[in-house]
Design a protein around this ligand. Structure first.
Ligand code: ADP
Length: 459
């Protein structure tokens, strides 16, 4: 059966996309711009879609029509059928010279309804942003975000085209954040990047879907086939390569870069680290649920465990000017653990401490021997957690009421996964916290190898 949700884009670089896809393209010259426009609209018109084209600021409507006609000789016919509308930027985006994102979205919704009731399959749009100046950047970024939400699940496709000459590295990242695909021409070939944020969104989407509808199924272990089939290889291999190349670019191993490029790459690196951390938690959950998580046991010196963790976490702390003070008792014995798993626990806890602390705060990490165990303590002076939630925060998908309105990102996976890992190695994990004063997360790991690794996934 034909999948009616999937549409041909008409572009060589991306074949089909589902309705609701929000793309962006970065172009250098007007020829590059038309590289996308011509096949994009040709395919839309041939596939019974209503086409809305918001043309570049410096292009007259008549001229735009003529250029498009070179690729679509019967463009007149489609125009008579009222299947294509060509607007100037001010007709589409401005109202008496003012940009009002909500009004634009309302208009687009109306256009979509009209297109559907006229018998078209949906709306295919393209908007050129050569008119957009820095003064309207914020408002437009919010509009792009809302547009993505509005289009979701609707018979709507759109490409937002940004001229590279008018935007800098920061703006490029803003744009990529709000689109599912970013098209760019490199060495005479169009390539696309599927944005990192999209990957995060996809994961969050899967999570919230599961949270809302399938939570019972998860408890029964029956959702394995959907969510848990994500292959770690498919996600981690590209991430590792992105990280590796970003690092090489920052270190100027591939040529010199300027300050602005360096800043953009550092943001990219932080986002990739965050995504990797998130992915690790999702994959751990998948493997724990499917019973395929491997717990290796190796003798690991605590010093190197902490150093490796710090290498990952310090850029995140630096971005909030947070100081981390590590105290390690001398002469601690090595641990019999899987270093990657315990690093994941530490990153989850220290990452939270950073996330819930104000800028410039201090975080203390203490590692010492306590009886037959090594005790790790991570203390922050951040938001704190109300007493009635001290146990709940270790439950799957739990997020405190107190942070819901604070626009703090999270998944509610870090602590339950950490608890499952620590307990599998025969340790314990707990929190001591006062609202407004801060929190201390502690966990223990036995010095002697546990006889049997028991996995009890926290529910
Ligand atoms: P999340 O991805 O939401 O941080 P976690 O499982 O790591 O998921 O944490 C669950 C919840 O516990 C958080 O949403 C937050 O409410 C609370 N929490 C965890 N660590 C801290 C902390 N250091 N300070 C304040 N609250 C915290």
């Amino acid at each position: 059966m034909k999948n009616t949700n999937s549409r041909k884009l008409g572009l060589e670089v991306i074949g089909e996309v589902p309705w609701g896809t929000h793309l962006c393209s970065f172009y250098d010259s007007i020829n590059d711009y038309f590289d996308i426009i011509k096949p994009y609209f040709k395919t839309g018109l041939e596939n019974n879609e209503f086409c809305l084209w918001v043309i570049p600021k410096d292009l007259e409507q008549e001229k735009a029509f003529e250029i498009l006609q070179t690729a679509i000789p019967n463009l007149d016919y489609y125009q008579r059928k009222r299947q294509i509308e060509i607007l100037s930027h001010s007709e589409c985006y401005l109202n008496k010279g003012r940009f009002d994102g909500d009004a634009v979205i309302t208009n687009l919704r109306k256009m979509l309804d009209k297109a559907l009731s006229a018998g078209f399959d949906g709306l295919r749009g393209e908007g050129d942003l050569s008119w957009l100046g820095t003064n309207r950047w914020r408002a437009f970024k919010d509009y792009e975000f809302e547009l993505g939400n509005t289009m979701f699940n609707k018979k709507f496709l759109t490409v937002c085209s940004y001229p590279l000459k008018k935007i800098g590295a920061k703006e490029i990242i803003d744009v990529i954040e709000n689109h599912q695909y970013a098209l760019i021409k490199r060495n005479e070939k169009w390539i696309y990047a599927k944005s990192f944020i999209d990957m995060v969104d996809k994961l969050l989407e899967i999570q919230s879907h599961i949270k809302g509808e399938n939570i019972e199924l998860i408890k029964q272990g029956a959702a394995k086939d959907t969510f848990f089939n994500i292959s770690s290889h498919e996600i981690k291999t590209p991430l590792t390569s992105i990280k590796g190349y970003t690092q090489m670019l920052i270190k100027e191993q591939l040529g010199t870069i300027n300050e602005q490029q360096k800043k953009a790459l550092e943001i990219l690196k932080r986002n990739t680290d965050f995504l990797e951390h998130l992915t690790n938690n999702y994959l751990s959950l998948a493997q724990l649920q499917a019973g395929t998580m491997k717990f290796m046991v190796e003798k690991i010196p605590i010093k190197s465990l902490i150093k490796d963790t710090m290498d990952i976490i310090c850029p995140l702390a630096d971005s909030k000017k947070i100081k981390i003070d590590v105290r390690l008792t001398e002469g601690l014995p090595p641990l019999n653990i899987d270093a990657d798993k315990i690093k994941q626990v530490l990153i989850n806890i220290i990452g939270n401490a950073i996330k819930f602390s104000p800028e410039g705060a201090l975080i203390n990490i203490n590692v010492k021997k306590k009886n037959e165990y090594i005790l790790f303590e991570i203390q922050d002076y951040g938001l704190g957690i109300p007493k009635n939630e001290h146990e709940k925060i270790f439950e799957m998908f739990f997020q405190s009421e107190s942070i819901r309105n604070k626009n703090i990102k999270g998944t509610g996976l870090g602590l339950p996964i950490s608890k499952t890992i620590v307990e599998a190695y025969g340790g314990q994990i707990w929190v001591d916290s006062k609202i407004g004063k801060g929190s201390t997360f502690s966990f223990t790991l036995p010095i002697n190898l546990v006889k049997e690794i028991k996995i009890n996934l926290v529910k």
